[in-house]
Ligand binder design. Sequence first.
Ligand code: ZN
Ligand code: ZN
Ligand code: FE
Length: 759
Amino acid sequence: MNVRKEIRITGIVQGVGFRPYVFRLAADRRLAGNVCNTSSGITIEIQGPRESVEDFLRLLPQNPPVLAQISGMTVSEIPCASDAPFEILPSHAEDHADTVISPDVAVCPDCLRELFDPRDRRFCYPFINCTNCGPRFSIVRGIPYDRALTSMSVFPLCADCRAEFDDPFNRRFHAQPNACWKCGPRLELWNSDGQPIECAGPIAAVVENLRRGQIAAIKGLGGFHLAVDATNESAVERLRQRKRRIEKPFAVMVADLAAARSLCEIEPEDAALLESRERPIVLLPRRPESSIARSVAPGHAELGIFLPYTPVHHLLFRDANFPALVMTSANLSEEPIAIRNCEAVARLGRIADCFLVHDREILLRCDDSVVRRSAGKLRRLRRSRGYVPAPLSLHKNLPQILAVGGELKNTVSFTRGNLAFLSQHIGDLENAETFDFFREAIAHLQQIFEISPAIIAHDLHPDYLSTKWALAQKSLPLAAVQHHHAHIASCMAENSLEGRVIGVALDGSGYGPDGCVWGGEVLVAGYESYLRAGHFSYVSLAGGEAAVREPWRVAVSYLRQAFGPDFVNLDIPFVRGLNGRKLDLLFRMIDRRINSPLTSSCGRLFDAVSALVGLRREVSYEAQAAIELEMAARESCDSASYPFSILRKEGPWQIDWTPLMHAIVQDIRSNVSIGTISRRFHSGLADAVKGLAFILREEWSLNRVCLTGGSFQNVVLSQSVEAKLRQEGFEVFTHSIVPAGDGGLSLGQALVAAHSNLV
Ligand code: ZN
Ligand code: ZN
Ligand code: FE
C-alpha cells in the first residue's frame, strides 16, 4: 500500500545542495514525489510503499549536505497523487521570504583534490568551488540565491560547467559560483599603479615578489589582504610603516596544521577550529622559538593564525617556500577593508608593491573572523567571514527590528521571527569610509533578508555616528538603549535567558544617563529594564579621549584621588618619571572640570595599573595597555589578591579601588614583579565582583550572573571571575556565539527594543 507524506524543513536549506540530496535519497528508493524551495525553506512530497517512505524519513535528517542546517522538520500524511518519478521543481521568485543565505565557506577537500590533480580540467584553477564550498554571502546581490543575482552573473557557464550545474547527481548541481578555466573568473597581477604585469603565472610571480620581501595586496573572499613573508623582519617593519599600524598584532596564515604547530601550542580542539570550514583566525599561545619576525605581534604571548581558505591561498603556499605569511586586512589604519580592484589600487598603491586581482566582484566586504578558546568554550572575538550571515536562534519570536550597535567594533543586527541576523564586523565608526560601509551593510542586509524593520534600536550616546544615523531615520520609532544594559541583554539572549539577572558589564566606556562615562557596571537587569546596583568608584578622566590614548593621565588621576595631592612624593618610578609641567596642566583640567568627565570605567582602571607598574604610559591601539597587563599576569601563579572595598552611602553600591591603589604602590616599592602585581590585581578584581554579587544575591534573591563587556575578553579576568562565582554556587553565563565586546552590542539592543513600550 502506497502512502504520500509532506515534509516541511526550515533552516539553511537553500543554495547548499539540499534538493539534490533529497532527490538522490528518493531516487535510490524508487519513490515518487517532488521537492521545491518555498518561502520558509524546503517542502518535500514523497510517495511509495510505507516502509520505503519511513526509511526515507529516517535517513533524511541524518546525512544532509555539509552546509545545511536543519532547524525544524514537520511531517504530515496527505492523499496519494501521481506516482511519476521524483523530480525537483523550479523555485518561484516570490517564494523566498524566509530564506537564509549561507556564509562563505573554505574550499572543500573534494575541490582541493581536483585543484592539485593534473588530470582534472580544473587543475590549478584559482576559483574552483562546488555546492559544498566557495563564496556565498560575499557575492550575493539579492535573493533568491541564483547565479543571476550574484557577481557570477557576468560569467556565462560553458557547456561542461552547464552540464554539471544541471545534473542532480553532480557535486556542482546548482552550485551558483560554478566556473572553470574556460568560462570563469581569472587572476591578474598588477603593479602598484594598477597596470597589468605580463607574466606566465600570476601566482608564481606573486610568490617570487613575496620571497624578495615585497608587500602584495591579494584579493580574497571578503576583501583584499596585505601579505608579506612573516619571517622577514624588514618586510614586516615596512608593512607597519606604510600601513601606519605601529604595534597592533598581525594575523599570520600558514600552509597547514603542521606549520601551525611549529609556531603555536595547539590542542586538538584548536586544530579542529583551525581546520573548520569557517577558517577563523585563532589566537593561540606562541612558541618562543618560532621563526616568526618579532614585529608581527610585539609584546604578545599569543599569535593569531589561520589556514588557507581559498584556492588562491592554497596555490600560493604550494609554490612558496616560506612557512608563514602575514595576511592582514588591506586598509590604511582603521579604514574598512578594500574590496574593488580600482579602489584597492587607489587606496593601497602606496602600501602594496603589487596586486593579485581577479574579476569576480566582491559585493559585500567581510573581514576575517577572530576566535579563541577559553574555559573550554569557543569565544568569538570578531564574528565575521565564515559565520555571517548565519542567524542566531532566539528563544522566542521578536518583531522586525534593526539595531545599529555602538561606535567601536560596530556590528548591526536584524531580527525576524525567532532569528537574529548579526552583520559582519563593520569597524570603528570614526571615519567617513567606515560610516559608508555601515550604511551599505544596513541596506544590503535589509535587502537579502527582506526585512522591513518596525523599530530602530540605538545606543544612548548622542554623538555616536550610529546614533546620529538612527535619529535621522524619521519614519520609524526609535528605542534608545543604555550601553551596558545592551551588553547584558546580549549575553542573556545568547543564553536564552528570561527574567532578571545580576549583569556584570565591564568595558572601556559607555554613555551613562547621569552624564558620567560608565564602564564598570553591575546592573540588576532584564530585557525590559535595569537598575544600576553597583559600579566602580568614579575617577576624573582628565583630557577625555586623550586619557584613553595616554594611560599615564588616568594613573595620575587614580593616585591623586587615592593619596591626595601628596602622591607626587611617592617614591615609585612612575611618579618620578612624571613631567611637572604636564602634571600642572592635568591638575588644572581636573580641578576646573575642563574636558574631564567622571568615569567608572573598568578599562581605564586596567590602563592605570598598566601605567603604574611601568608597562604602558601611552598606547598605539585600543586596549593595548590592558592586553599587555593581562599577558604579564599569565607569567605568574601568585595566589594573593589586592583588596577593594564595597560600600554604599546612598544610591548604588561602590566598588572602591582606594585600598587597591595603596596595595599596588606598596608592592611596587617592595620590588614585587610586574607579573605578580598584575596577577594580584586580576584576582582582586574578581573578588570584588564576587563580593558585590554576594550582596545582590541577598538583596534581590537572584542567583544568575551574566558576564559581558570587552574586559571579559581578558582570559585571566574572565576565568578568575567565573571560577570564583561558580565556587559560591552562582549560575554563570558568558558569551560564546557573539563577542563579549561591543561587536555583540547590537544583538542586546534589539532584545531591549523588543521589550520596550514601542511593541
Ligand atoms: Zn568544493
Ligand atoms: Zn566552465
Ligand atoms: Fe562596551
